[in-house]
Design a protein around this ligand. Sequence first.
Ligand SMILES: *Cc1c(COP(=O)(O)O)cnc(C)c1O
Length: 425
Amino acid sequence: MLKVPPDEAAHSFLHRPKKRKRAVASHLLPTYARVDLAFERGEGAWLIATNGERYLDFTSGVAVNALGHAHPKLIEAITAQIQKVSHVSNLFRIPEGERLADRLCKASFADTVFFGNSGAEANELAIKMARKYQYAIGKPEKYRIITFEGAFHGRTLATLAATGNKKYLEGFGPVSEGFDQLQAGDLDAVKKAVTPETAAIMIEPIQAEGGVRVIDQQFMKGLREICDKNDLLLIFDEVQTGMGRTGELFAYQRTGVTPDIMSLAKAIGGGFPFGACLATASAAQGMTAGTHGSTFGGNPLAMAAGNAVMDVMTAPGFLENVRKNALLLKQRLAELKDRYPRVILELRGEGLLIGLRLAVPNTEMVNELRNEHMLVAGAGDNVVRLLPPLIIGEAEMSEAIGMIDRACARLAKENERAPKREPAA
Ligand SMILES: *Cc1c(COP(=O)(O)O)cnc(C)c1O
């Protein structure tokens, strides 16, 4: 039981020094170091806090709210569907899901789609599918998967092992077997790491959580060749890069390298939680009736949201507009980088997945921007991620630049006074 009613507790810790434990304010498992800020509603690129203050949302629920908040098409689709039927079992056909799978396949390399509930689950299936493929073609000894340092594939036991981050694995027992982690960029190391037990290579085209690290195209091409030569499957984790974020529907379309399996989630439902694992018919050949399942996966409500997102993203001009806005935003950010070299070290990313590698701690930038009423997300490599909704307008981008400008000015001043705070890059 809480010692004080949640409301009172939430209010009282506002006035406490930072170090006090916050867990007392809520019964939620304290696995997040949450900011003491809550939102009541959203409008497009804006979130309105419970105290009425407006925040420019360049986090988008970590690349989820691609259509911004309260998009009329999404509201309409979900409302219409929930009035008909929200959930039926996968024991029956789900026409809305068949339609979305058809659209995703037409828009990509894939022949088949499985709908699940999250990014981690989509990756779990990608891993299972790759192993089952090898099993189905008579190579059951091939089950190991090559992954890369700086990756993020999720928080389930297998996707954690694929992620390979020691901090996330600590204390959770034996690490799920069968993952070999290498440094991205070194093709010779990959060639050497392929053994008769290797089944697949798994990579994010841009390591988003890892610090918006764009994977080199030549390296991607090399991975494709290694896979083709050794009958390995190439898995792209596009949970964050997929669904328009980079200015193409999928990031692989920018690289000219096509995977065999691709996971999607985050923006696919525009805020309605679901994920998908896409694959070629060949890669999916082991996944026959009974080999995988999900109670909620691909239910009509989720599929209505997904079809609404596809309607908006495949409308003429939508992705062009993302590319145009991305260019504009990057030009303005490059100017800020030139003006504040002691704050911004490097501009990274593709489309509207933008990273600023900083000379000051990224947490300080996140805080300064929040003081400006702008929300951004941190990432590895001391990077701040800018993830505006894909429907962002020019006026909002100008406002964002003004906010970043002011935050940089303050941080530059502080940095001058205490230059030793500069972290090792
Ligand atoms: C967010 C993310 C995941 C995990 O997705 P969840 O829906 O949180 O399980 C996996 N891979 C990448 C690249 C991600 O960005």
